[in-house]
Design a protein around this ligand. Structure first.
Ligand SMILES: Cc1ncc(COP(=O)(O)O)c(C=O)c1O
Length: 362
């Protein structure tokens, strides 16, 4: 076992802010004077009520949500949302637009299609292995929603700006970039995000849904698959993932009180990603895989001149205390996931290592 913590560039589950981990550790055996850990208190207790209510309040404040938006905590990950979104929002005769920008969008389309829902894939970047975000998309004016994946964790691309859908509400999978920057909420009808990248541990999925879309939820689908079930019971129709919600609450507190909110977070994220991309652009050794105008602030994907060098890079990086730099198994190469909690110092340490490795092997 390592004596010290490493710089963690895992894609998810991913690094959490150290002060949050320390707070969990310090309060673990006796949470808020309860004489129990957070994993032992009842979800029907005042202790947990305070946790979930504070988490909801913080989400609303951080994103400046108006009263039309509901903040829900669900289980089943973002993958269950691929199924619940069309199940709840598309009735007979309805259709939705989907933009396919990679593995996760493809799965979202699949889960809508297998329910027999009417789905139009209005744009795709599959022709160039999902290396870019499509532009100038003709969205359907009569679609119930337009689905996008705001950040493509595997391919390292991200929507720099959200598309003009002509007023059709955007539904976005933000699993890997929620809270990385301020959002133009007037464009969004529903946002979902598995917590385990930018927000907390695995086990909880945040859903933000606007009244008009929630009103579409049919009464004849299973209770646990209806958004209304969660909205009516403050996400506690059944036992919620208490520990995961608690950790999310602490991460949101850190985002507001230590970082200073989304503008500050975005500035820091641009700085971190900029350091890596600028260096790669000046190097003949490292090659970014995403088009420049589509690059992700969260997942920096790159190749080295050969697969042998990539293997050596990942292994030697780990020996130097830099973990999780292997690309997704479906695409190979290397990937540095630098979500909100990744400190600037970790990126600087990676940059140092990249320079040294290039000098030795380039
Ligand atoms: C963008 C995106 N969507 C969905 C998923 C799937 O999330 P979950 O494992 O929470 O179902 C992931 C996981 O990596 C992801 O990166």
């Amino acid at each position: 076992m390592k004596a010290d913590r490493i710089h963690n560039f895992n894609a998810g589950p991913a690094a959490l802010p150290l002060p949050v981990l320390e707070e969990i550790q310090a309060s673990f055996l006796n949470f808020a004077g309860s004489g129990m850990s957070i994993t032992e208190v009842s979800h029907r207790s005042k202790w947990f009520d305070d946790v979930i209510n504070d988490a909801v309040t913080r989400v609303k404040r951080i994103l400046a949500l108006d009263d039309r938006y509901h903040v829900l905590f669900l289980q089943g990950g973002a993958s269950l949302q691929f199924c619940m979104v069309p199940m709840n929002l598309l009735g007979a005769g309805d259709s939705a637009d989907y933009v396919n920008t990679g593995t996760w969008s493809t799965k979202a389309v699949k889960e809508a299609t297998i329910q027999g829902k009417s789905v139009n894939v209005v744009a795709s970047s599959e022709d160039r292995n999902f290396a870019y975000i499509p532009r100038s998309i003709a969205f359907s004016r009569d679609a119930v929603f337009a689905h996008i994946t705001s950040n493509n964790t595997i391919k390292g691309t991200q929507w720099a700006e959200f598309p003009d859908t002509g007023g059709v509400p955007i539904v976005s999978d933000m699993s890997s970039d929620i809270f990385c920057r301020p959002l133009p909420m007037e464009k969004f009808g529903l946002i979902y995000a598995g917590a385990q990248k930018n927000m907390g541990p695995a086990g909880v999925c945040l859903v933000i849904i606007r009244d008009d879309l929630m009103a579409r939820t049919p009464g004849d689908i299973p209770t646990m698959l209806r958004y209304t079930t969660y909205a009516e019971k403050n996400s506690m129709f059944n036992t919620p993932p208490c520990f995961a919600v608690y950790t999310v609450q602490l991460v949101l507190k850190w985002l507001e009180e230590t970082i200073g909110g989304l503008d500050k977070m975005a500035e820091l994220n641009r700085k971190k990603a900029g350091l890596l991309y600028d260096y790669m652009d000046r190097s003949d050794f490292y090659r970014g895989t995403a088009d420049k105008d589509s690059r992700s602030l969260m997942n920096v994907t790159f190749r080295l001149p050969s697969e042998e060098l990539e293997k050596a890079f990942v292994a030697e990086a780990l020996e130097n205390g830099l973990g999780g730099l292997k690309g997704h198994r479906s695409v190979g190469g290397c990937r540095a996931s630098i979500y909100n909690p990744t400190p600037l110092a970790a990126v600087e340490a990676l940059l140092d290592f990249m320079r040294t490795f290039e000098r030795r092997k380039g």
